[in-house]
Write a protein that binds this ligand. Sequence first.
Ligand code: GLA
Length: 747
Amino acid sequence: MFNNRATINFLEEDQQFHLNNGLISYIFKLSSDGKLLQLYYGKAIPDKDYSYLIEMHHRPMTTYRQENDLLYSLEHLKQEFPEYGTTDFRHPAISLRQENGSKITDFVYLKHEIFNGKPQLENLPATYFENDSEGKTLVITLKDKVTNVEVELLYTIFSDLPVITRSSRVINKGSQVQFIEEIASLSLDLPDADYDWMQLSGAWGRERAVKERPLQQGIQSIESTRGISSHQHNPFVALKRKNTDETSGVVIGTALVYSGNFLIQAEVDTWDVTRLQVGINPFGFQWQLNPTETFTSPEVVLVYSNCGLNQMSQTFHQLFRKRLARGVWRDKDRPVLINNWEATYFDFDEDKLVSIAEKAHDVGVELFVLDDGWFGERNNDHSGLGDWFVNKTRLPRGIGSLAEKIRSIGLKFGLWFEPEMVNKESKLYKEHPDWMIHTPNRKENHGRNQFVLNFGMQEVVDEIFNQMCSIIDESKLEYIKWDMNRPLTDVYDARLESSQQGEVFHRYVLGVYRLYEMLITKYPNILFESCSSGGGRFDPGMLYYAPQAWTSDDSDAIERLKIQYGTSMLYPISSMGAHVSIVPNHQTNRLTPIETRGNVAFFGAFGYELDLNQLTEKEILVVKKQITFYKKYRSVIHNGIFYRLISPFDCDEQAAWMIVSEDKKTAIVAHYKILNKVNQPYKRLYLQGLHSEFVYQNDDQLYSGSELMNVGFIISDASSGQNNEQNIRPETYDFDSRIWVFTQKED
Ligand code: GLA
């Protein structure tokens, strides 16, 4: 019935919009007084008039839009751009404070436009098309007659993915100043509340744990108030039907392409209508919109799946990997790197670094990353941030000479920066104490002895850009790790009017994006990895600039199972920085086998973060094998389709996942045994995503795809008993793991 292409139809007679690509439909219509009423969002359905879905009923204690009418109340209606206080009492998509203090508005339809392609959002990261045939965009303009403010609602539907993106532009065409106090990028009313809410939450060192709860009447929300998207909550929520699991059932996933304060909430009203809203956090936000000015809200991505969480994640992965990440590194194999942080911390000199690099090159590493400590007077974490010139005490021959040395060993060279920060013990602070975010006459609160530069100021961004350019040019950097190690406090900008203080957080984020854009424009070949004390700013906004991010400062393989599993809900495997580190692990003091550390880190942008000189000969042999394995399969790992098989969040002390190449000819399957047990059941792993008719080979055994998916692959080990000499099952230990590669057998 459908040809898998995006269409946006406006049925004039029914005043109904229908976005459809054969996978999903998104339908809403205009009311007789120009309000946008939501009708349907879900699996694709045919075009017809769906006005019968509108509920207009007389109920006690309700208020109505028209005199002598006891039916039309916005409180009962599902809407696209709701406002508060004109018969709707739920949270609005916009709150506009006017000069007289009123926040009442009445935005009604003015016009609309439908076109091929997807417009860029000004100064904001967003998904994109490579050509206009990849989808269609609908722009609906609403107008509030009293203020003369217009709002453009942008809807883009992708041709080949169950994806709709949304954002809005508020344009002040009036003569008075307006204050935007709230602007949700997405407001979607769903007809019932039979969903479980899934969020990814945690803390430093245990980011993005999967947490779920049923929706209830009232508001459930996650947010950031820290100026970064945060370790605590990721800007992502999924609403899944009660029976939804990894392989079946309906789920709606939403993510905000933004790296600052956000709010995602679901308000379930008294009639079980669910209002899902996503956008900049209104807490601490207010934007002064002068006449002629426009404010653009960040983009929201909406993903629909009726085949469970894996399909939702695969859609996010494909979208983020191919149409959010940009630049030459988007599709390129990522280099195996070694980072010196956990190997040396601040205790290094050139000889030590060179000895790590030489050993790394011997085993097959391709990129050497010098982490914190190479600049300014950075001898500990009290000083140096803001001074992006070489620390001559540590590296007397300069950074260019070190870079050359590393290159002569045969490795690429990368450096760590923390561009947004300043220590009071720095040249930059002495020269520009007013560049630091602080509130005059009040205590200045630090984080790790450091303060935040006001990236809302163009001259601050320019100064850091210039400093970074000198270092990049001198050392011809091939990689940059951009860190950000504290939330924002004491937020104020003395150069702005008192009425503009609610803008400081957002201006800061725009400044961060500006610096990223300046750097990637000037140096398109550099591979950027974002970081924020591990995964404190692992968000879709960052992926637009940096195609990979340091997933967590917790490098323990067992902890990483949960962290990477949760992260995979929406972020592609290629985006997750994952390193093998030393044991006892520096965060957990845990001892895990080097094989397991590798088997976990393979499912990410792979690297090492230890001094290889401290490993035994036997371990070095394992490392060499790991690197050979990774190089052989990295393009499958990064471009393949990822399936979660067994969750480490279930209490069975195990986890499993797999990746299948796009042509289905290769599958890499991993099983992790967290704690060993005795006298266990016989175990099979039911593989997914294979071609049922292909014959796959693993070791000397042949299996059909349908066999591996339906009969399952036996993973029993010695814990489920030994029988005879011919069938010795592998002994297993705590923190053990196994990886199998299945390749299509060509005749
Ligand atoms: C943060 C990062 C680490 C490391 C240190 C350096 O914590 O997450 O990987 O770069 O900073 O100070």
